[in-house]
Write a protein that binds this ligand. Structure first.
Ligand code: S3P
Length: 449
């Protein structure tokens, strides 16, 4: 048995050495965070009504909803069944009376900046929590400024709080130095009101939910996967739509690794979005020889979906680098946990972007896993992990980073004794019922999202 207790900001997992801990059951995961943000934003700037089913009720999408409500969009109370939005039309947001607060959410702040900068004559101020105020915003501010945007911020317009004076922008062709869906989406959203063609070219393909959803809402888009370029032609009017949000593969990832590493486990994770720009985690698990099958593959509202069955097996070490990294960018922390239980040495490279996420995830995972007795070496742009040393429960810190907190909780399932994780409440950023689901599957039951 594993006993799980939650007290204030901490969660404690206690595993008694003598007992077996097989995980079994069926898991419903919450809605995709990236798609939830985009559905709220496009609904807010479209004409007419948008209906969202399966919205993620995590803190990040709640921040997006609150920001756009403050700019005039009429959004019904948030629930998983149905959210209705009466949109304002592109370029038609109203000036909010207060500072917009993106909370912990990089996606809210970066995508929203593209929309706000292109609202003629309107003035906005934007801030976020301590983590977000330390994250680089110049990666979107610089290209927006070259479209003519007026944005000011701390440290030479690099950090929030930010002030924005909206205006009619000029189209650009932008070669992004980073493979970032947030940068790409921000520029495309700004391009909606610019007269002419706005193009973003990426060094590697990042998630394409914005492209899919913009097309569904009626924008004119040209996508060239060979050139890794996307072009939007403005000015474009969006029409409200019905969006069905699939389960988040980034949330499914915790259960896929848990099922793979905890002996004798078998889990089925239902309704997982398997958009190919997000499935780096599945490729990595296949490379590691995981016993995993995709079942019931289907398309729901323009996004591919499957149920995923995983059984425990001996994982093998692997190499994770290059184009797979943007396709698994949020799953590197939990892949590091998988590597701790794999045979051999796993090398993760080309992942320096993890240093500017909600925390420095390379340092966080290396330090915390090593505290448990793992063999992890930090590289400038990755991790080197030698698997096979048994883990011992101890006091850990999540740095208030949701993905670090959940990754450490999965590692603790296979650690002897008691593990305490500080700041574990952060899980509610992307996965409000994570701990309840963990309790349920440890007890062999089936869980709701
Ligand atoms: C996201 C893009 C990624 C990802 C983040 C969500 C998005 O960030 O890490 O959790 O919804 O566009 P980057 O664009 O910074 O890689």
């Amino acid at each position: 048995m594993v006993q799980i207790t939650e007290r204030e900001q901490h969660v404690t997992l206690h595993r008694s050495a003598s007992e077996d801990v097989a995980l079994t059951g069926t898991i419903q995961i919450p809605g995709d965070k990236s798609i939830s943000h985009r559905a709220l934003m496009l609904g807010a700037i479209a004409t007419g009504e948008t209906t969202i089913r399966g919205l993620l009720l995590g803190e990040d999408p709640r921040s997006t909803a609150a920001c756009f409500q403050a700019c005039g969009a009429n959004i019904s109370p948030l629930n998983e069944d149905q959210v209705r939005i009466q949109g304002m039309g592109t370029g038609q947001l109203t000036e909010p009376e207060h500072v917009l607060n993106a909370g912990n959410s990089g996606t809210t702040m970066r995508l929203m900046l593209g929309i706000l900068a292109s609202q003629p004559e309107k003035f906005f101020t934007v801030t976020g929590d301590r983590s977000l105020r330390a994250r680089p915003m110049d990666r979107v501010i610089k290209p927006l400024q070259s479209m003519g945007a007026q944005i000011w911020g701390r440290q030479g317009d690099r950090l929030a709080p930010l002030a924005i004076r909206g205006k009619r922008l000029q189209p650009i062709q932008y070669h992004s130095p980073v493979a970032s869906a947030q940068v790409k989406s921000c520029i495309l959203l700004a391009g909606l009101t610019a007269e002419g063609k706005t193009t973003v070219i990426e060094p590697a393909i990042s998630r394409d939910h914005s492209e899919r959803m913009l097309q569904a809402f009626g924008a004119s888009l040209e996508v060239d996967p060979q050139q890794r370029s996307v072009t939007v032609t403005g000015p474009a009017d969006l029409q409200g739509q019905t969006v069905v949000v699939p389960g988040d593969i980034s949330s499914a990832a915790f259960w896929l690794i848990a099922g793979a590493i905890v002996p004798n486990s078998e889990l089925v994770v239902k309704n997982v979005g398997v958009n190919p720009t997000r499935t780096g985690i599945l490729d990595a698990l296949q490379q590691m020889e995981a016993d995993m099958q995709l079942e019931n593959q289907r398309t729901v509202a323009g996004e591919p979906v499957a149920d995923i069955r995983i059984r425990a097996s001996q994982l093998q070490a692997t190499q994770i680098a290059g184009d797979i990294v943007p396709r698994a960018i949020d799953e590197i922390p939990i892949l590091a946990v998988a590597a701790v239980f794999a045979k051999g040495t796993t090398i993760i490279r080309d992942a320096a972007e993890l240093r500017v996420k909600e925390s420095d995830r390379l340092t966080a995972m290396a330090q915390q896993l090593n505290r448990m007795g793992a063999q992890v070496t930090e590289l400038p742009d990755g991790l080197e992990i030698t698997g096979g040393t048994p883990l011992q429960g101890t006091q850990l810190e999540s740095y208030d980073d949701h993905r670090v907190a959940m990754s450490l909780a999965i590692a603790a399932l296979n650690a002897a004794g008691t593990t305490t994780i500080g700041g574990a409440r952060a899980a509610s950023i992307s996965y409000p019922h994570f701990l309840q689901t963990l309790q349920t599957i440890v007890a062999g039951g089936n869980s709701q999202s």
